[in-house]
Design a protein around this ligand. Sequence first.
Ligand code: NAD
Length: 258
Amino acid sequence: MGKLDGRVVIVTGAARGQGEQEARLFAAEGARVVVADVLDDRGEDVAKELDALYVHLDVGREDDWGAAVAAVKGAYGRIDGLVNNAGILRFNALVDTPLDEFLQVVQVNQVGCFLGIKTVAGEIAAAGGGTIVNTASYTALTGMAAVGTYTATKHAILGLTRVAALELAHQRIRVNAICPGAVDTPMSNPAQLDPTADPEEMTRALDELYSKLVPLGRVGRPEEVARLALFLTSEDSSYITGQPFVIDGGWLAGVSVI
Ligand code: NAD
């Protein structure tokens, strides 16, 4: 018995990184997974490997959400779960951030999450209930210089999560958020995308950097985040809704002065 046997779950941003690992773990646990992304070639490869459905979905576009839901309904007839995972990061001091850049990050991270809830919740309710997991961040709960736009959108995702949990509980939909610290994906380790670079070397450098910042002494792995997403998508979390779950190696616990 898999933890997600028979359930149809959409994972956005599933062509790589945390979303890809979530798709892999969910498929291994018996879900019919929908890999959704804007990276079509890579997303289709992942979906093919998992015997899953790939849909092109720019999460910031409402018409894309409508088409994606129609494709999933056509293929599987129902939707039981959604992981709003797609996200982008931009580095800039707030006072140097062009408005276009601010709006671009809001469109993907915050509007994307809102549209996912808005479009998919009714389908999950029609299937008898299910789960939505929103991907926030460590920066949803504290500030971080140079990523102000990203931080603002991740705080907003927690607000969306709490309100959606309140509004959707009567339809048997649980809504929670995951708040990862630093995780070894292309977002924090761009060497993974450079065919000439050694990603393992970069992972070692990240582990070294975070050994000074994080009590558990290393950067997180996307497979570890996927296990938290599985917990919140499965019946193991049946009495939990509206909550942020921090997965950061202890980074947020506080500072050490000795
Ligand atoms: P990643 O860059 O490796 O993956 C992000 C995925 O989202 C990619 O496949 C990308 O194509 C997709 N995506 C981007 N814009 C999209 C759009 N408009 N529509 C659909 N898909 C889109 O990064 P990741 O680390 O796997 O990030 C996954 C989530 O985790 C993001 O929400 C990110 O903010 C969050 N997060 C990451 C870290 C980290 O350190 N890596 C930490 C905290 C939170």
